[in-house]
Design a protein around this ligand. Structure first.
Ligand code: GLA
Length: 387
């Protein structure tokens, strides 16, 4: 893909000068969903799927973008003097947002650029194609303009850009995983202080399988922001009775003791998910360290149920995928992954059950929904950088 994007770049923008290439991965989250804006823990890993770029500086202030994923849109032009989010700018609002965010953080991009992009993360699959694009532009700007920013700062700038330029109030998980991923490891990240450790997920007898429901409901962005404010409101009410900074500060016992402070039953359910999911994530990582994959899988199943019933961010298609997976022997755990309302499930499947899993879940899902799912057996890759 690197060769292809480079070739396309040369075709469109010419082959002369200092053309450089970059890569940033997508991510799958194993457990810890909707905890990253509640001061909780997450456990994602970077995929080998991701977004590639070829880029070169210009000597004026023009920005020219081309995506091999949206060839019908052709070359989209903008300028460093027009870093404003516009609906007609489509996908280029993500890279433009990162240019803007660097400027806001005091890193001034001094010249325009030509950029060609090519990604293999299915769009809208919940595998963070947008975070990977943001982090990609981050590593590109650092390299091209010599900014002294760490991988974690690049992740934070990507999140800042998505929050303030694109209007999506996401947490830090996706950008962090894309920037900080490590081969064969998941990242155990405490979003309260960004402390993290890598945990090997090289499973001997099982594989991580992603199933793409191939549906994306339009609720994604709006409902996400609603969940965030429900959690904030629940937190404010809890803070009247218990001294906490985030929902992630509560264990289950403390939550149960104080939950009646949350007046609205819906907000109470949202907070319950955030607290229980954080505790599940702590337990799951402990189980993994003890090589107890069965316990890990059970917690994944509980995570799905909680996202479905308490947080209400699943959808019929993802519920069907999880249910069909749970029925099969050799499936240790299965849950929706990412923001919800469509996208993918992630499952842990014993090696010799993987073929049967794809066949049976595929057939049952198609029978019940009329939609063909897609499967990816996951390889865990490295974080973003120059390639
Ligand atoms: C989206 C957001 C993340 C995180 C997940 C849910 O992917 O971008 O920050 O909140 O949803 O866990």
């Amino acid at each position: 893909m690197k060769e292809e994007v480079l070739q396309k770049f040369q075709e469109l923008f010419g082959g002369e000068g200092d053309i450089r290439t970059y890569f940033a991965p997508g991510r799958v989250n194993l457990i810890g969903e909707h905890t990253d804006y509640n001061g909780g823990h997450v456990f994602p890993c970077a995929l080998t799927m991701g977004t590639y770029a070829a880029a070169r500086k210009r000597d004026d202030r023009v920005l020219r973008f081309y995506s091999m994923n949206f060839p019908e849109e052709g070359v989209i032009e903008s300028s460093l003097d027009d870093l404003v989010c516009r609906p007609e700018a489509g996908w280029t609002n993500y890279p433009k947002g990162v240019f803007w965010a660097f400027g806001e953080k005091g890193y001034t991009v001094s010249s325009g650029m030509d950029i060609a992009i090519y990604g293999d993360i299915p769009n809208g699959s919940g595998l963070s194609s947008s975070a990977s694009l943001e982090v990609l532009i981050g590593v590109m700007l650092r390299d091209m303009f010599g900014f002294e920013v760490s991988q974690i700062e690049i992740a934070l700038i990507g999140q800042f850009s998505e929050n303030n330029f694109n209007g999506m109030n996401c947490g830090i998980m996706d950008q962090f995983a894309s920037a900080m991923g490590k081969k064969d490891c998941a990242i155990f990240l405490n979003t309260a202080d960004l402390s993290y450790e890598y945990a090997s997920v090289k499973l001997e007898n099982a594989k991580i399988v992603i199933t793409n429901s191939n549906v994306k409901h339009s609720l994604v962005g709006s409902e996400y922001n609603v969940r965030r404010s429900q959690c904030e409101s629940a937190l404010k009410q809890l803070q009247k009775v218990v001294d906490i900074k985030t929902l992630g500060d509560l264990d289950i016992e403390q939550f149960e003791a104080h939950k009646s402070a949350i007046a609205d039953p819906v907000e109470q359910k949202r907070a319950k998910h955030a607290v229980y999911e954080n505790q599940r994530t702590l337990e799951a990582v402990k189980a993994l360290k003890e090589n107890d994959i069965a316990a890990f899988g059970k917690l994944m199943n509980e995570s799905h149920v909680s996202l479905r019933d308490d947080y209400e961010v699943s959808c019929p298609e993802m519920d069907i995928l999880a249910e069909e997976a749970w029925k099969l022997p050799g499936v240790l755990g299965s849950r929706m992954t990412g923001g919800g309302f469509g996208g993918c499930t992630v499952s842990i499947v014993e090696n010799d059950a993987v073929d049967g899993f794809m066949e049976k879940v595929g057939a049952a899902y198609e029978k019940r929904t009329g939609i063909k799912p897609a499967f990816y057996v996951v390889d865990i890759g490295q974080g973003a950088g120059v390639i």
